[in-house]
Each structure stands twice: as C-alpha cells, then as structure tokens.
Design a protein around this ligand. Sequence first.
Ligand code: MN
Length: 486
Amino acid sequence: MPEVQDIIALLPSPPKKDVDLIIDAYNFAQKAHDGQTRKSGEPYFIHVFHTAKYLAELGMSPTVIAAGFLHDVLEDTDTTEKEMQDAFGEEIVGLVKSVTKLGTVKYKGIERNVENLRKFFISIADDFRVIIIKLADRLHNAETLQYVRPDKQRRIALETLEIYAPLANRLSLGKFRGRLEDAAFPYAYPKEYKATKEIMDARKESDEQNLQEFERILREKLEEEHIKTIHVDYRTKHLYSLWNKLKKYNGDMTRIYDVIALRVIVKNVEDCYAVLGVIHSNWKPLPGRIKDYIALPKPNGYQSLHTTILTRRSGIIEVQIRTEEMHIEAEYGIAAHFAYKEKLKVEKKDLRKEYEWIDELKHLQYNNDSKAFLENIKGDFFKSRVFVFTPKGDVIDLPEGATVIDFAYHVHTDIGDHAQGGKINGKFSPLHAVLHNGDICEIVVNKQSKPSQKWIEHAKTMMARNKIQKHFKNESLLDKFKKYLL
Ligand code: MN
C-alpha cells in the first residue's frame, strides 16, 4: 500500500493540522474502499491515492488533496454523505459532491458523454478546484488504460484528447495537458503514435547534443553581457503535439523546429528582451519565427519570447525566454493561483477576468441538441482564439474564423444590430470578413441598418448567432403587437 508520507513529503513544512487532515483522508478513503479492486487487480485505493498525489504535485492545498483522496467515496462505497460531513466538514464534502456529480454518467455513448460534459462545464464556473480534481482523476485513469477493455480504451482516450487535454490547456495547466496527451495518444491513434515515436527517437539524440553545444556558447555570451539566468534547460515536444504539427505540415519534419527547445528562465521582463537581443546579435533569427507572447500573451495566458535561430554548428534551434513567474504560470496555470506552496504562488490577479471564457460558457444558452452543444464547445472554446483590438485598444477574444459581425456583437448588442460594415486596420471590409490575431477593428454603424438572415451564416460565435436570432424574434413580436394596435 502506498504511504501517506509520500504525499506529505510534497508539502513544504506543513503545519500539524494540515498533516492530520491528509492522514485522516488517507485512512478514511482506505477504509471506505477496502476490498474493492480495479481492473488491474490492484486495490481501488491506489487510484484515489494517485489522484491525491497528482494534486499535491500541483501544489494544491491540503483541503483539495483530501478531496482527492475522498473523490470516489460517495459514488463507489457505502459511506454516507453525513459520515463524510461529520469527519471532514462542509467544504470538502462540497468538493467531493461536485466531482461525484461530474462522474455519475459513465461513458455510454456520445450523447451521455455530452450530458456529462454539460454538468462538468457548468460546475467549473463555480469552483475551479473541482475541475482540477477531475483532471487529476482523469490523468490516473488515462495512465492505467492498458487494463481497460479495448473498445472502451479508445473512447476514453479520445475523450481525454478532445475534451480533457484541451481543457487543461485552456486553464494553462501545461504539465497536465502533456501528461494527459502522452497517456491517451497510444490508445486513441496507435499507428500514428508509433510512427511519431520513431521519428522522435531517430533525432532526439543528435538534437540534444546540438542543443547542449549551443547552450554552452549562449551561456558564455550571456555572461559577457552580465545577464544572469535563473535556469536554463530544454524541453522535448510531447509526441501528440508533434503529431498534430506533422499533420499540419503534411508530414514534413524539416518544417518543425521545436522538437526540442531551449528554455531560458531569467529574473525579469527586461532580462527576457536582453537575452533575445544577445541571441539575435550572435545568430540569425528565422524570419516570421520571432513571437512576443509577453506583449501579446496567448489566450490561455501563456507568456514567453520565442525565437528560432540558425546556428552553424547546431542547425536550427528554438529558444523560449521567460521569467520564473511566467514559467510557473505556464506549467501550473490556474492551479498556481490556489497553490499551497509559497513558491508556486503567483501574484494574485483577477481570476474572473483572466478566465472570462468560463463565465461565457456558463451563460451560453444551452439548447437541447447535445451534438450541437458539443460542436459549440469544441468549436468556440477549444480551437485557438484570435485577439482583435477595438480602436481604443480593448481586446476582444474571439474563436478562430470569427468575422466582423462576431466582433460587433461582442462589443455591444446595439453595435451588432446596427452594423453596416467594418474597418479592419483602417480598410473598409464587409461584415463577413474574417478577423486575424492583432487586427484593429472598427465597426461602421448606421441607425437604419438591421440584421439580415444572411448574418447568421456569417457569424461564427454562438453568442452573435443567438443575438441575431433574438433580434428576429423581437421583430416578429413587434409586428404582431403592431397589428393588434392598428
Ligand atoms: Mn476516480
């Protein structure tokens, strides 16, 4: 049986009451699951132990770790809510109940899945901790897929890749995303996994050697300029994202430069740009490959400077430069905001604002068509987003492929309803013109203009479509009312 000490050891000098809480949860869960086994033949407790451990590794609080231990107790054992309440109090029971609620529907075909997902998403808007527990639970389930029936394997693997991993990404839990994908990829796409792994294995060693050589020279140059680094290392691309990139480039490996990327972690933002300057004055950057995600963060909040350079001795190398805070945010994302470990705590920001899209999800008008809902979720929220600026510099976050109409309705319903056209970067553009990252868009408004049926086709976001539909509904109501009056 795994030891509770393994988990306590992950917490930095926790006070006695926290240690006691974790030991109590460990014992309670072990007793409750006594006699139950998983498909692997292992005691069921092993599963909840790992869930709790992953949460501890993420730096979550003892309350969340305890809920991780207890997450399957209400669903899978005879223990009552009252018993758990008496032992652990309201907060932990609340977390466990929410996680249980999400888990009540098991994988019985796509319709049921979507129903489950719906609950899932609505609940996360209330408590982010629930989703982090659910992700830890799913991670262990994905990591033990070899014991699952083959027909179920693929379904769970696909669900992990299509729903859970993107969700982890959206919450910028980079570590979890990578692990979820690694675990699920071989079961979702066995052939593709094998091919990608062969490609990776074939070049990993020489890539690593090249990188070490480059790192040595870069360190010297940085020292000459008196720029201190906190940490320099490299990361290997996860196989699943490598495969996605290969698909994008029709299998052309020569176009993928970041199989292995060097990461330079420095003290502050000024140093980030200073490091970039040193690199560019010593090596030639590849055009179009310099990305300033510090000035323009990715939709999930990711910040870093990226550049790809040409070296004579080591070939083409991608370098990622960021501060320690940005690094923690990239690896632990939303979890960093709840972190127990001081080290992981990032400056408290307005979470609501940062994760506005979750609120947006919550307020979506769900229709009864589960497939449409799934498409909407996958389409609107899991694809990459584009940032479009208003002339005043406000940022509007839209899904890829969004048009001027979407932008107009996201600025204001009235502006949408009376939009006549748009100016993209100062150029007149029709309402159906597609917007791109960094565009500045201004809506040309005309009081006489009103929505036409065609707009529904032009709009890419559910929000704009709903508002256009609503306009037509109001209009027909008004017509009826007028008839009544006349
Ligand atoms: Mn579980």
